[in-house]
Design a protein. Structure first.
Lengths: 112, 117
């Protein structure tokens, strides 16, 4: 069965420092992978997606993610955190067989 | 332009009551999805429509849950005889019907927070 694991439930970084949010997936075939962000009282918003083209994907607001098949990972990174990045982040896998699977989420906090 | 809207935003129901949650997708979006998000968890897929056709309802947790989209636009998620375990945020999302559907960006509404007492 397919699953998505977000390794950290909470990440806290200082403003201006790098962000790393980790995601691993398990699947018997390469899924399409996404990162969504959820700000309080707002709908989930797509940050970026991987659909078997380039393995390094650039998204909005300076975020990017790299698909590593050998490690079954799709970690989300940003070189320099901004206060407005504080939110909940979800890694999502889509596959034609297992449909849509969300990770449990990582809450990102930014320290001034 | 207008995004996905959901109503009500908050709903408190007594155990055993029926509830109806509404979703207005983005105009022109053919695909519509419902998700259930329990506290501290990621959303879980409930059901999916393409126009008025309910193509997948494998995520509905019981036969107390029913969704419809009779005219291929607005959708309603109905929960009969609510139980405490139904307490969650119910999210609706819509997307353009470009195949393959599941890899298209989904636009989410703000959700309806249901509390069953």
């Amino acid at each position: 069965a397919q699953s998505v694991t977000q390794l950290d439930s909470h990440v806290s970084v200082s403003e201006g420092t790098p962000v790393l949010l980790r995601c691993n997936y398990s699947s018997s075939y390469s899924p399409s992978l996404f990162w969504y962000v959820q700000h309080p009282n707002k709908g989930l918003q797509l940050l970026l997606k991987y659909t078997s083209a380039a393995t390094l994907v650039k998204g909005i607001n300076g975020f990017e993610a790299e698909f590593k098949k050998s490690e079954t990972s799709f970690h989300l990174t940003k070189p320099s955190a901004h206060m407005s990045d504080a939110a909940e982040y979800f890694c999502v896998a889509y596959s034609s067989a297992s449909k849509i699977i969300f990770g449990s989420g990582t809450r990102l906090s930014i320290r001034p | 332009g207008a995004g996905v809207s959901q109503s009500p935003r908050y709903k408190v129901a007594k155990r055993g009551q029926d509830v109806a949650l509404r979703c207005d997708p983005i105009s022109g979006h053919v695909s519509l999805f419902w998700y259930q998000q329990a506290l501290g968890q990621g959303p879980e897929f409930l059901t999916y429509f393409q126009n008025e056709a309910q193509l997948d309802k494998s995520g509905l947790p019981s036969d107390r849950f029913f969704a419809e989209r009779p005219e291929g636009s607005v959708s309603t998620l109905k929960i009969q005889r609510t139980q405490q375990e139904d307490s969650a945020v119910y999210l609706c999302a819509s997307s353009l019907a470009v195949e393959p559907v599941l890899v298209q960006e989904q636009y989410f509404g703000p959700g309806t927070r249901l509390t069953v007492t």
